[in-house]
Design a protein around this ligand. Sequence first.
Ligand code: MRU
Length: 342
Amino acid sequence: MQALNTTSLALKENRLWTLDQQALPQEKRWLPCDSVDELVGHIRALRVRGAPLIGLSASLLLALLAERGLPPAELEQALFTLRAARPTAVNLMNNLDRMKQALAQPDWVTAMGEEALRLVAEDKALCERIADNGVELVIPSSRLLTHCNTGGLATAGVGTAIGVLLRAHQQDKITQVWVDETRPLLQGGRLTAWELGELGIPYQLICDSMAASLMAAGQVDAVWVGADRIAANGDVANKIGTYSLAVLAYYHRIPFYVAAPHTTHDPHCPNGVAIPIEQRAAEEVTGVAGSFGSCQWAPADAPVYNPAFDVTPAALISGWVLDSGVITPEQVADGIFQRVLG
Ligand code: MRU
């Protein structure tokens, strides 16, 4: 397959490499990825993370395995295993459905290689269109708040919500970004802070619990987040903590925007209640661990509840900023996600 280079994915000498998102920002470490088990391990440990990136990395690995001569029955099994790597982000399932169709072609090796590279190119283009659409909603001198990480690390392009922030910064519309640290795994504090710094976008890092008082003080003009799955009624699953931000934004009459490619939309999922929410290990809440070291502050046997995502009801969302355009609450109430995109 032809060489490929994005912020967090690379194809070099017919090998897949992924940027270790657990090592950032302390270390920029690239991990080779040669087997399904290895990639599933990276995805579950969030070394490879973000809804679009999970799907793209799985598709590229499958294409490489086909090229290395893995027989169709084993590729079918690989598809099945990769599909179960994480349950919430539907991009993984959507991308793997496309790879499954390629596997059904007479020349499946070529078809899978072309399809995987097409998915990467498409994602890059989708990010650009989301940024084009989103920037129109940003008012000059904005102070915008974001949660988790939705940038080049999580996609093949400029990102979703962060893509909008970048475009708005390039158009001189942003005074600064408030970056939620995003407990428990700190995607905001570790990854978004690093990415915004690299992009030269002014930001200040906050603990998640600080958003409310900032909003009350009139310091937040809009909230921009990504999505892992958009249900047919417009409910959105995204990183845990997104729902509380949406409630806060609603109370303070601040616009709350969700930026996502259409590959995040699941027309088969009627509403947020039907979205499977991943539950994660207790150690992520009883302490922290990473390339910065590790520390446990809670009793080792403390009972823990640790959902990786929550659901924001459509009623709290001011706009769904997709590659195809901005969808309004009125259009969602009118069933647009079932009709146009389904
Ligand atoms: O658990 P993660 O880090 O994979 O969660 C990521 C998010 O919730 C992102 O907001 C979402 O995937 C969109 S990334 C463009």
